[in-house]
Design a protein around this ligand. Structure first.
Ligand code: FE
Length: 161
């Protein structure tokens, strides 16, 4: 009986300990470790269109991505390195012809100011491989008011199992 009580309290302790670790981890910033491939390696790994968008900051033609109509539950990952960037719950139809999200997964993207057009825009890219994803604007829906306008070819959709 004593032994049983001890075992039970041990397992409860273990569970509490594991939960504690999980809680600590998720409340901490988890910047992904950067990966760096040579230009030749990227050309090898990616399709021509993926390479043009991800590595050369190209923009796909609007209304061409099959991901515009993707409505299943799942995760959108970087087409360059598979880092999860968006949850399907943050996807919405912006009417722009590019897959759009109101929120990126924490620490998954980094931004910088892009002066390619006359008005500066905020470019964002995968925090792990640096692959260009799109631009983020302040005309998105609640709760964030952000619109992450993403090239569909720069993403891969992974449906929830
Ligand atoms: Fe990436």
């Amino acid at each position: 009986m004593k032994r049983r009580t001890l075992l039970r309290s041990t397992s409860i302790g273990t569970i509490a300990f594991l939960l504690g670790i999980t809680a600590t981890k998720s409340s901490m910033s988890k910047k992904p470790e950067k990966i760096s491939l040579s230009d030749a390696q990227w050309q090898d790994k990616l399709t021509g269109e993926q390479y043009r968008v991800l590595r050369k900051e190209g923009t796909e033609r609007p209304f061409t991505s099959p991901l515009n109509d993707e409505k299943r539950t799942g995760i959108y990952v970087c087409a360059g390195c598979d880092l999860p960037l968006f949850n399907s719950s943050a996807k919405y139809n912006s009417g722009t012809g590019w897959p759009s999200f109101y929120q990126a997964i924490a620490d998954s993207v980094e931004t910088r100011t892009d002066y390619k057009l006359i008005l500066p825009r905020t470019e964002y890219h995968c925090a792990r491989c640096g692959g260009h994803q799109g631009h983020v604007f302040n005309d998105g829906p609640k709760p964030t008011g952000k619109r992450y306008c993403n090239n569909g070819v720069a993403l891969k959709f992974v449906a929830e199992a």
